[in-house]
Design a protein around this ligand. Structure first.
Ligand SMILES: Nc1ncnc2c1ncn2[C@@H]1O[C@H](COP(=O)(O)OP(=O)(O)OP(=O)(O)O)[C@@H](O)[C@H]1O
Length: 371
């Protein structure tokens, strides 16, 4: 089990991670989600002893990483698939790491097999595609047959077949009773892979709950309503009527209305009473990705803006009675949070616990490449 308590990391005046407390349980895939810059990699680096916390602690099986006896056999990690010695073959790369950690050489061929790189094991890794590099990184993490595994964005650059393979591998590792902690910024991917989710935004905890609970709490239903395109007054009349009846109405960019809080038959009845003709009245579910975006929208560091001159407007106009539904219980953090005044920045120890392999070519990986 991984256990973080009050985990905080500052780089000068920048607080990357603030007061994180969570547990990652064995036997489950735990998804670690957050927008770009949320602090996922920083947290993983602290778990692996690569960065020292400014405050708080994080342990694996009760030990800080650097105190773990024979750490490479207990913890495996894929942090950066680009850190590699490209002149070495996949097999020599893994053999070097195995020798450093006292892992028998036969384990190298086992993991090459698991990740589907046996046929290219003698090739220099600098000729590998992005996907092959990711597979080599995963092989590195598996080398010590560890009980605890951390993967930072493991599906980066993988094609759909590769993504499915990673998903199945994660699930299998968890079913063997291992602790599997996987970061991603894609909700849709995590919804299919993880049992449990830890969501952070701007370094702060926003959700820590089973995936099913997240889905249940965040899958809101809504109705899509369309009135004849040329009859704007009719649409405005309907918006008023629906809002008066307690509906939350949002005008969508394509001219349809998105209505929350009123059943379809009620909307139909209200439209009929107001003498408004409908072209469309259909039921919909907000996707999990939308719920996640809503939850983290106040915690996004890097946001594109609309080009006003090109007429590219970001947000649809809001109309009467509308308020976007909030994700239950997890309001996004406000800007300007910070650590306790005077919190010291800790020293940063050098040297990774497990050397990371890498990828080179941006060409997409195909399974045939490995044959
Ligand atoms: N060594 C560092 N020095 C200064 N700031 C840093 C350092 N490492 C990370 N940061 C900052 O801390 C914040 C969190 O970064 P981190 O890489 O942990 O986020 P992330 O969630 O992994 O993002 P991404 O999904 O883009 O990889 C970012 O604002 C980043 O710029």
């Amino acid at each position: 089990m991984i256990e973080a308590t009050g985990l905080t990391k500052s780089y000068g005046s920048k607080t990357a991670v603030y007061n994180l407390t969570f547990r990652v349980q064995p036997g489950k895939v735990t998804g670690f989600l957050g927008p770009n810059g949320a602090g996922k990699s920083t947290t993983m680096r602290m778990i692996l002893g690569l960065d020292a916390p400014s405050a708080g602690t994080v342990t694996i099986g009760g030990y800080q990483y650097r105190q773990l006896p024979n750490a490479p056999r207990q913890v495996g990690a894929l942090l950066d698939a680009n850190a590699k010695h490209g002149g070495r073959s996949a097999r020599s790369h893994l053999l070097c790491l195995a020798q450093l950690s006292g892992i028998p050489a036969r384990r190298v061929d086992e993991v090459l097999d698991v990740v589907g790189l046996s046929q290219v094991a003698a090739k220099r890794s600098k000729g590998f595609s992005l996907g092959m590099g990711q597979r080599l990184g995963i092989a590195t993490a598996l080398l010590g047959d560890p009980q605890v595994l951390l993967f930072d964005e493991p599906v980066n650059g993988l094609d759909p077949e590769g993504i499915r393979w990673v998903r199945e591998l994660m699930r299998r590792l968890a079913s063997e009773g291992r602790t599997v902690f996987v970061s991603s910024h894609l909700m849709s991917e995590m919804a299919q892979t993880a049992d449990h989710l830890i969501v952070i935004g701007r370094g702060q905890l926003m959700a820590d709950q089973p995936v099913n609970d997240f889905i249940e709490q965040n899958s809101t239903s809504f109705a899509r309503v369309r009135t004849p395109d040329s009859e704007e007054q009719q649409r405005e009349k309907l918006v008023r009527v629906l809002a008066e009846a307690g509906g939350q109405v949002q005008q969508e960019p394509e001219g349809t209305l998105r209505v929350v809080g009123l059943e379809l038959p009620r909307i139909s009845e209200l439209a009929h009473q107001a003498d408004v003709r409908l072209w469309e009245l259909s039921p919909h579910h907000a996707s999990l990705e939308e719920a996640y975006m809503r939850m983290t929208q106040g915690a996004v560091d890097y946001r594109s803006t609309a080009d006003q001159r090109a007429g590219l407007q970001g947000q649809p106009p809001q109309v009467a009675g509308y308020g976007p539904p909030q994700a239950a219980g997890y309001p996004p953090p406000q800007g300007g949070f910070g650590p306790p005044p005077g919190a010291p920045a800790g020293p940063v120890p050098a040297g990774p616990p497990v050397a990371q392999p890498a990828a080179a070519s941006p060409a997409p990986y195909r399974p045939e490449d490995a044959r």
